[in-house]
Design a protein around this ligand. Structure first.
Ligand code: 2BA
Length: 107
């Protein structure tokens, strides 16, 4: 068994969540915050059999888009926002970790 942790953009959350429901993939959704942009994003935790890992990864890839964002540089956060320096960053489609699971227990 594997635990898949996928950090995605909030804009893709509905589509991916529906895709998991349609495919009968069990998932938990967390509201998270990116450490760099300090903006909200969404993290899915999916516990699944090894045989379904590729299917889950494909659903994530199909439903999460890359987007460019113009944001104030984090270096600007401590100064007057009128002097903020804008930078462009490409966010997503998804950051994914696949971890082995020792035990899966449902009490
Ligand atoms: P954030 O940390 O808010 O990062 C948003 C985007 O800013 C990143 O997109 C990347 O394009 C850029 N970025 C991040 N750190 C940077 C830095 N030190 N210098 C320049 N640009 C930087 P993604 O790579 O697609 O990451 C999207 C979100 O996924 C991240 O939001 C963070 O919440 C999570 N993430 C990414 N890599 C991670 C990692 N190694 N461990 C844990 N979470 C990660």
């Amino acid at each position: 068994m594997k635990l898949i942790i996928a950090i995605i953009q909030d804009k893709d959350e509905d589509l991916l969540g529906q895709a998991f429901l349609d495919a009968e993939i069990r998932a938990t959704k967390l509201s998270t915050t990116g450490g760099f942009l300090r903006a909200g994003n969404t993290t899915f935790m999916i516990g699944t059999e090894d045989s379904k890992v590729d299917q889950v990864l494909q659903l994530i890839e199909d439903n999460c888009k890359r987007r460019d964002q113009i944001v104030p540089s984090p270096a600007s956060y401590d100064i007057n926002m009128s002097q903020a320096i804008p930078i462009e960053v490409e966010v997503g489609g998804a950051i994914v970790f696949v971890l082995p699971v020792d035990q899966f227990i449902r009490f």
